[in-house]
Design a protein around this ligand. Structure first.
Ligand code: DGL
Length: 277
């Protein structure tokens, strides 16, 4: 639980502190976009580790070290809670972050698993994500802890992140690659597909068009935002007052083309991006 100090806990000063959000890069802006819509008067400090992206092909030990370093930077920005807006970091580093940080930590996997269990009709859930996320088995564990009888078909989709970063959100090549990855899961009988990477909500439209009504898409960004809202209410950490919250975006390297893609696709006003070492 988040206990900064007794006077501040739940007080106005603590409530006005920003929500700290991090991702390996800019994909976590999908979570920021969902948070801005759901919690417009919360301030957010977003940190994207663009100097070391992608995390998805790295070892668990490396992702854990990076995640602890990035989370420490969010604490120095006075974050009242930390949101791990990266499935890869949530899959392999969440328990370490939770055990180490003096504030509450929310990942994307548990909320995504809860939403999938709530919507599946036939009890067969598909999960797509980076290699590190899928190899960790974190989604299977989260889904089975909620429903031991659930059937899970999981697949790593390493080509999707580069396509998204290139801005190829609605192209014939992207459609074909999506179908190459997802068809085996559909043929297996899934009725629900978890977008287990914070980049993937940018392909939501393409996937909905390709998969139609028979597959329900579960967006980790939206469900993570819902979980943060519940946490803030539970911990009495909601920002007080009607003023719009501030969004600050910092990256560990110079912004590249993907920031433009994310800005346009998400219609998110990220203002001036800071660079932090
Ligand atoms: N946004 C990351 C995730 O959700 C994927 C990008 C990466 O490989 O770092 O897993």
């Amino acid at each position: 639980m988040a206990v900064i100090n007794q006077d501040a806990h739940g007080g106005a000063a603590e409530q006005s502190r920003p929500i700290g959000v991090f991702d390996s890069g800019i994909g976590g802006l999908t979570v920021v976009s969902a948070l801005r819509t759901l919690l417009p008067n919360e301030s957010i400090f977003y940190l994207g580790d663009t100097a070391r992206v992608p995390y998805g092909g790295k070892s668990a030990a490396t992702v854990q070290r990076y995640s602890l370093e990035i989370a420490a930077m969010l604490l120095s920005e006075n974050a009242k809670t930390v949101v791990v807006a990266c499935n890869t970091a949530s899959a392999v580093a969440l328990s370490q972050l939770t055990a180490t940080l003096p504030v509450t930590v929310t990942g994307v996997i548990q909320p995504g698993a809860q939403a999938a269990i709530a919507v599946t009709r036939n009890g067969h859930v598909g999960v797509i994500g980076t290699r590190a996320t899928i190899n960790s088995g974190a989604y299977e564990r989260a889904l089975r802890s909620l429903d031991p009888k659930v059937r899970v078909s999981a697949r790593a989709c390493p080509l999707l992140v580069p396509l998204i970063e290139e801005g190829w959100l609605q192209t014939a090549i992207t459609d074909e690659i999506i179908m190459q990855y997802v068809s085996p899961l559909v043929n297996d009988g899934i009725d629900t597909l978890v977008l287990g990477c914070t980049h993937y909500p940018l392909l939501r439209e393409a996937m909905a068009r390709l998969l139609g009504d028979r597959i329900t898409l579960v967006d980790s960004a939206q469900n993570c935002a819902n979980a943060v809202r519940e946490l803030l209410l539970r911990e009495n950490l909601c920002a007080a007052g009607p003023d719009a919250g501030r969004l600050q975006v910092a990256l560990t390297d110079q912004p590249d083309n993907f920031l433009r893609v994310a800005r346009e696709a998400l219609q998110l006003d990220v203002g001036d991006v800071q660079v932090r070492e």
